[in-house]
Design a protein around this ligand. Structure first.
Ligand code: SF4
Length: 268
């Protein structure tokens, strides 16, 4: 699964997400099927969320108001209405995201006691993990830390909740934190804005081994599982340009044969 880059193996979080979301579409993308590259509305919404949150934390504290969130989101909001399921859904997603961003950024000063600005915002980091023989690459959305060094809270913002992707993220950043920062995060949060849900983990040092094992197993899979489609993700499939193809190739039965509990959190 790791990409070879300049002779070294690299596991990148965004490729992993792509693969977990749908191995079939991922494989078609790698085979240069241009339809598989067409942006999904979720990606367009994710782009707007990320820039809005990042822009918000760059503002002086006194400017962090609803109007600023509106302006930031509108400034990054797509005009590709056709990528959405309908014009109504296009408007609905934007309106709901605004409300969720108000709650997240202006509500309780933060989830469970973290105040202040992130110490890392939308930055990509790499670290080599010797037991895996692989470099991990992660884009950190927000990392909050306390001056006393006791808290290291890693927060990710997504459009929808996806159990497989959240699980993979949890293991990835647990291992990353241990090898890059010398400690596991005190808390990992995944905020799914459209769903209004928060998944939260508090790993300890003992979790590192399990997370390394998880990643090792993941790395043993080939990422060209072109005959396997992700099941049960209707929102992802409704506007997918490959919808007819993946069903026509009998991929549905492949999933039923293989999935989903041979590995916790992974749909193969
Ligand atoms: S329709 Fe769904 S299962 Fe089929 S390729 Fe697209 S995302 Fe994958």
């Amino acid at each position: 699964m790791a990409e070879q880059r300049s002779g070294k193996a690299m596991l990148e979080d965004y490729r992993l997400e792509d693969w977990l979301r749908c191995p079939y579409r991922y494989a078609r993308k790698r085979a240069s099927d241009r339809r598989a590259d067409r942006l999904h509305w979720r990606q367009l919404a994710q782009y707007a969320i990320s820039h809005t949150v990042n822009g918000f934390y760059q503002l002086p504290v006194q400017s962090r108001k609803r109007e600023a969130i509106n302006r930031l989101l509108e400034g990054r909001w797509t005009n590709k209405v056709d990528s959405f399921e309908s014009a109504t859904q296009y408007e609905h997603v934007k309106a709901l995201l605004k409300v969720r961003l108000y709650q997240l950024l202006l509500g309780r000063k933060s989830f469970d006691g973290i105040n202040g600005d992130p110490i890392i915002a939308f930055e990509r980091f790499e670290t080599y993990v010797q037991p895996l023989g692989t470099t991990l690459s992660v884009i950190f959305h927000s990392v909050f830390g306390e001056a006393d060094g006791r808290e290291l809270v890693i927060r990710k913002y997504t459009v929808n909740a996806d159990r497989d992707i959240s699980e993979a993220f949890r293991h990835l950043v647990t291992v990353f934190g241990y090898y890059a920062f010398g400690r596991v995060p005190s808390r990992i949060e995944v905020h799914a804005l459209l769903d209004g849900t928060v998944q939260c983990w508090q790993p300890d040092a003992a979790a590192v081994c399990a997370s390394v094992d998880y990643l090792r197993l993941l790395l043993s899979f080939e990422m060209d599982e072109g005959g396997i489609r992700k099941s049960g993700d209707a929102a992802e499939c409704r506007t997918c340009p490959l919808r007819g193809d993946c069903l026509a190739e009998g991929a549905r039965s492949s999933v039923e044969e293989v999935s989903p509990t041979c590995m916790p959190g992974i749909v193969m």
